[in-house]
Design a protein around this ligand. Structure first.
Ligand code: SF4
Length: 262
């Protein structure tokens, strides 16, 4: 019997299909955590930046209808919500955000409560909280980490615009920890302003840690202030550039945007 304790700040729980990365197309139950300490220019979930008063819970698998639960949500209520969405019939449970690793203890308890019940436990993270990851790594099956590029991403605490902090060293440290999980992938969102120098620095650091790790180039889906995606020519050039150093580079757009999925 798993005893569940603690509270979570959640934005939503819903059933869908993974739209990103190497498991795109696989049925996935999403648990979106509230709060994020970054501000990506292209973020498509700004509703998750701050802890919210209520969590939206899909009422049955595929219904697209929601009820609300007040935050913080108890672990037992979160587990009951995913059970009502036919937990066992999904291939993955995704912890996403916001940034799940900002709530490490609740995340670990939830992962333990859901692991071994069918779906693999999949963590989607901005890839910067290495210490928190080390604490929970034993309860995660797949780590999908972002590699944030300073040309498009800043800290929420930093009001300045433009490249003010580079995240490379923190991502490299995170990747070293993440490789202790059964499966790891790195995802980099690229925009028309992504520069070769920052791509090269990322590539060099990933290769230094593990040149075989899957690295997904995800062309930005225009959202908010980002109006354009890179040209096909630019994307193919990036693949070729990164393949000089890395062995598993893939170009995968967000597939759920193609059919209007959540
Ligand atoms: S890390 Fe994720 S949730 Fe946070 S701002 Fe970036 S895209 Fe949005």
């Amino acid at each position: 019997v798993v005893i569940l304790e603690g509270d979570l700040n959640l934005v939503e729980i819903f059933s869908s299909v993974q739209g990103e990365g190497t498991h795109a197309g696989a049925s996935t139950l999403f648990i979106r955590f509230g709060e994020c300490d970054l501000r990506c220019r292209w973020c498509d979930t700004p509703q998750s930046w701050k802890p919210t008063a209520e969590c939206q819970i899909e009422t049955e698998r595929g219904a697209g209808a929601f009820r609300t639960l007040a935050n913080p949500v108890s672990l037992s209520a979160a587990v009951a919500a995913v059970e009502a969405l036919e937990l066992e019939s999904h291939r993955f449970v995704s912890f996403t955000g916001g940034e799940p690793l900002l709530q490490p203890e609740a995340l670990r308890a939830l992962a333990r409560g859901l692991r071994g019940r069918g779906p693999r436990i999949y963590l989607e993270t901005h890839g910067l909280c290495a210490d928190a990851l080390a604490e929970i790594l034993g309860d995660i099956d797949v780590v999908s980490m972002d590699w944030k590029l300073a040309s498009d991403v800043r800290r929420a605490s930093d009001p300045r615009r433009g490249p003010v902090e580079d995240f490379h060293a923190a991502h490299e440290a995170f990747l070293r920890v993440a490789l202790g999980a059964p499966e790891v992938m790195v995802k980099v969102v690229v925009t028309p302003t992504t520069g070769d120098a920052e791509i090269d620095e990322m590539t060099r650091r990933i290769a230094r840690v593990e040149p075989e790790v899957p690295v997904i180039i995800q062309p930005v889906t225009p959202y908010g202030v980002v109006r354009e995606t890179p040209s096909a020519k630019r994307l193919l050039a990036l693949v070729a550039r990164m393949e000089r150093t890395l062995r598993d580079v893939r170009l995968i757009p967000q597939t759920h945007k193609l059919y209007g999925g959540p």
